[in-house]
Design a protein around this ligand. Structure first.
Ligand SMILES: [Zn+2]
Ligand SMILES: [Zn+2]
Ligand SMILES: [Zn+2]
Length: 419
């Protein structure tokens, strides 16, 4: 943290944010302005290279452009290592014990489709495929409708993570809660309002109370203006129409002649459109307010981690089960769920045990807020049929009675020819 270890405030060679050939100015001299100024000036502070717990390896530029000098930031108790990029903060330890529930929701059964429903579903499927022939669907003889159930287990683990970083914004004269008014609360002691929507991803940025202070804007030396970076302060720029020549060559009556440029009236230069001729623009960092409010920003991220397992024992591709509705046989929500151990299919119980176990230690930098798991039972019927002396089959699945019929006998190629 001690700037004196690098005379003049210059970072060591290869330090974070170093710009080749552009060291900071000698102490006591103003910060450079305009296009010559390094974009990440403040991040060149040596203390930035030490903090951040290795988040900024040597040579990698800090992500925040033109941040103020870290040395100027107030010393906020509990936030000594905060830099200008997000610093992830693992949660303090908390109770992670899991108890088997004394009572669990019972598991309910499912329905099966009959021949009429199977045929109707297939007719709908054929109608969606413009060149499929509907004759087969209308006249096929069902030889067997084999009902089965697919089981879809899903575990959601809803977690929160927190990180802090110094932030700054134009100061508009609002009242602050400076460090002198009291100690800053710890990053995990702050309660967000409104709180998260359970099992939905979200993000919230908060100002940590008692960390704010006002600093003179270093980007414009508190003037509110910086040199125009389009015309470099000249107020004029080269005419783009004639490329500064003042005239343009035109073909008139079979001859090439030079005509005075109508865009710049022959001057070759035009008034700079960015600064309207005054050579300076409003400081982009303080928005012309001349001062910056610096504070520690707490970023809260909510992430819903989802993993699932499908038990489906026919030729129907398993992933199709995710896309349809079924019967919710079981659902349980708890801070820590206990693996399902009472489902009639042991593969689901094993998958639940495996997935619950894998989530238990998977998010060490996050605080687990809630877990929810469920088993859906999705009906799958394999319909065996005979059409024109040939045996084949198709599948009907989900409450939507969706059809999977890759072997439908009357598709475009030869279906069209026999109609
Ligand atoms: Zn011109
Ligand atoms: Zn300009
Ligand atoms: Zn400024």
């Amino acid at each position: 943290m001690d700037p004196s270890q690098y005379p003049g405030g210059a970072p060591p060679a290869g330090a974070v944010g170093a710009v080749p050939g552009q060291g900071p100015p000698p102490q006591g001299q103003p910060y450079p302005q305009g296009p010559g100024a390094p974009a990440n000036y403040g991040a060149m502070n040596p203390s930035e290279t030490k903090g951040e717990a290795g988040k900024l390896p040597g040579g990698q530029a800090a992500p925040t452009p033109s941040a103020p000098s870290l040395n100027e930031m107030d010393n906020v108790g509990g936030y000594e290592n905060v830099g200008f990029s997000d610093n992830c903060l693992p949660p303090p330890s908390y109770d992670e014990s899991v108890q088997p529930p004394t009572e669990r929701p019972e598991i309910k059964g499912v329905d099966v489709v009959n021949e009429d429903q199977a045929r109707e579903a297939l007719m709908m499927y054929v109608a969606e495929h413009c060149c499929y022939g509907k004759g087969a669907a209308e006249t096929m003889k069902f030889t067997q409708l084999q009902p089965t159930n697919a089981f879809h287990y899903t575990l959601e683990t809803f977690c929160e993570s927190r990180s802090t970083a110094w932030a700054f914004e134009p100061f508009c004269g609002e009242s602050l809660t400076p460090p002198a008014n009291g100690p800053a609360p710890g990053p995990w002691d702050i309660t967000p309002s409104p709180g998260p929507t359970m099992f939905q991803d979200g993000k919230m940025d908060l100002e940590v109370p008692h960390t704010a202070s006002v600093k003179a804007c270093h980007n414009c030396c508190a003037s509110g203006w910086i040199q125009c970076n389009k015309c470099f302060g000249l107020g004029r720029e080269q005419c783009t129409f004639c490329n500064g020549r003042g005239c343009s060559r035109q073909y008139i009556d079979g001859d090439w002649v030079d005509r005075s440029c109508t865009s710049c009236n022959g001057r070759g230069m035009r008034t700079c459109h960015r600064c309207h001729g005054c050579g300076r623009i409003t400081c982009t960092l303080c928005d012309g307010k001349t001062r910056l409010k610096c504070y520690i920003k707490l970023t809260i991220l909510w992430v819903n981690h989802v993993n699932d397992h499908i038990v489906e024992r026919t030729e129907l591709p398993d992933h199709l089960i995710r896309e349809v509705t079924g019967h919710q046989a079981f659902q349980e929500t708890a801070p820590r769920v206990f693996p399902v151990n009472h489902f009639p299919d042991p593969e689901i119980n094993a998958a639940s045990k495996r997935i619950v176990g894998s989530h238990a230690g998977a998010f060490p930098t996050e605080r687990m807020l809630m877990q929810r798991h469920q088993v859906r039972i999705v009906p799958v019927t394999q319909a065996f049929f005979n059409w024109k002396e040939k045996d084949s089959d198709f599948f009907i699945y989900g409450f939507e009675n969706k059809v999977f019929a890759p072997k439908y006998p009357q598709t475009c190629c030869w279906g069209c020819t026999i109609l």
